[in-house]
Ligand binder design. Structure first.
Ligand code: KG4
Ligand code: ZN
Length: 342
């Protein structure tokens, strides 16, 4: 990262799923990072795309105002506007993009499109005096409600997807399993919480067989569903009486699936630096396992602060800044895209 660059202020907007987020960065330093999450989806046990885009429309103006106010920056001081082009929910992405386009036109400043997945990875390069930034090459494991990707990162904009989920994301597997147990959305943190006192080896679920570095999580959900049905026929109170053990066993299986491919990737590439991102990186079992590998196998582990690892706009801003330095701007003909490979 260049260290003697002139001051650049970037407003970043992220609206790919159910969080409306805006951030202001001064070069690689975050001045503000505002997120309005959408509680409305809790009642439906998952994100409802139509409701998400409507909520983005309501949230975007206040969220951007708050980001500018918290940063102490007037909009006329901005040098560029970065926004998430994709991947994500099309209706949600369109709200952020339209806002970014009109503001950049009104202010006559450049527009920068950002790939959300690049954001999760480059979030590791946000200035933070308590964190060491990864050095290239490293492996990135991005795990959230929307994505599960294992990526080789050779430079800021030279990334290769080694593997990814062919169906559900790992966060989705946590959330759907939690739903089967009667837990509210998003259930990932609750599985983590109940698992603390449970026995992870009590129940076993067959892990999927996937070639190479790709993942699959939909089969696990079906295995858990069948298991719960079968046990409840024998004992209607099975879930209540065994919640901690069930949660610990599900969590153990999901983390093992993630790790099997990660270990394989480390072995095959010889790269022992692993950067983790996405909401599931908050999971305590995943963190314990990463710590163990860092001690026993000499891996170097990078985990950003929680506010930069779940969906946020600061991670879009850091990509925006790095693209600004390359004069990598986009024009008004740009459009959002639900699928946007790295
Ligand atoms: O990155 P994120 O905030 O949003 C996206 O999905 O992009 O990730 C949310 C996901 C949800 O599936 C949530 O259940 C999961 O991260 N999650 C967790 C934990 N905290 C959040 N999963 C397992 N253990 C946790 N502690
Ligand atoms: Zn994300």
């Amino acid at each position: 990262m260049p260290d003697r660059e002139p001051t650049v202020y970037i407003l970043a907007i992220e609206s790919s799923c159910d969080d409306t987020a805006a951030a202001v960065l001064q070069n690689a330093t975050v001045l503000s990072n505002v997120v309005a999450d959408q509680k409305i989806h809790q009642a439906f046990g998952g994100v409802v795309p139509e409701l998400a885009s409507r909520a983005h429309q309501q949230n975007i103006v206040p969220v951007v105002h708050q980001a500018l106010a918290q940063a102490g920056i007037d909009k006329n001081q901005l040098h560029a506007i970065a926004f998430t082009k994709g991947p994500g929910l099309l209706g949600s992405l369109l709200v952020g993009m339209s806002f970014a386009k009109s503001l950049s036109q009104a202010l006559k400043i450049p527009l920068i499109e950002v790939n959300h997945m690049q954001g999760h990875i480059l979030a590791h390069f946000i200035d933070d005096k308590n964190k060491i930034k990864p050095t290239f090459p490293f492996l990135a494991l991005t795990v959230s409600g929307g994505h599960t990707q294992l990526i080789r990162v050779d430079d800021y904009f030279n990334m290769t997807v080694l593997g990814q989920s062919k169906d559900d994301a790992v966060g989705e597997a946590f959330d759907k399993s939690a739903k089967l147990l009667g837990l509210p959305y998003p259930g990932g943190p609750l599985i983590d919480k109940y698992a603390q006192t449970g026995n992870p080896y009590r129940f076993t679920f067959t892990k999927p067989k996937m070639d190479g570095f790709d993942y699959s999580f939909s089969g696990i959900k079906t295995a858990i569903l069948n298991f719960i049905h079968k046990e409840k026929v024998k004992n209607p109170d099975f879930i209540e009486e065994n919640l901690a053990d069930i949660c610990a066993s599900i969590q153990h299986t999901l983390i093992e699936i993630l790790f099997d491919k990660l270990v394989l990737a480390v072995q095959q590439t010889g790269i022992t630096k692993v950067a983790v991102g996405g909401g599931v990186s908050a999971n305590s079992a995943l963190r314990r396992k990463l710590e163990a590998y860092s001690k026993d196998k000499n891996w170097t582990i990078y985990i950003p602060d929680f506010e930069y690892t779940t969906d946020n706009a600061a991670m879009i801003g850091i990509v925006g800044y790095l693209k600004f330095l390359k004069n990598d701007f986009t024009d008004e003909s740009i459009s959002s895209t639900a699928k946007y490979p790295l």
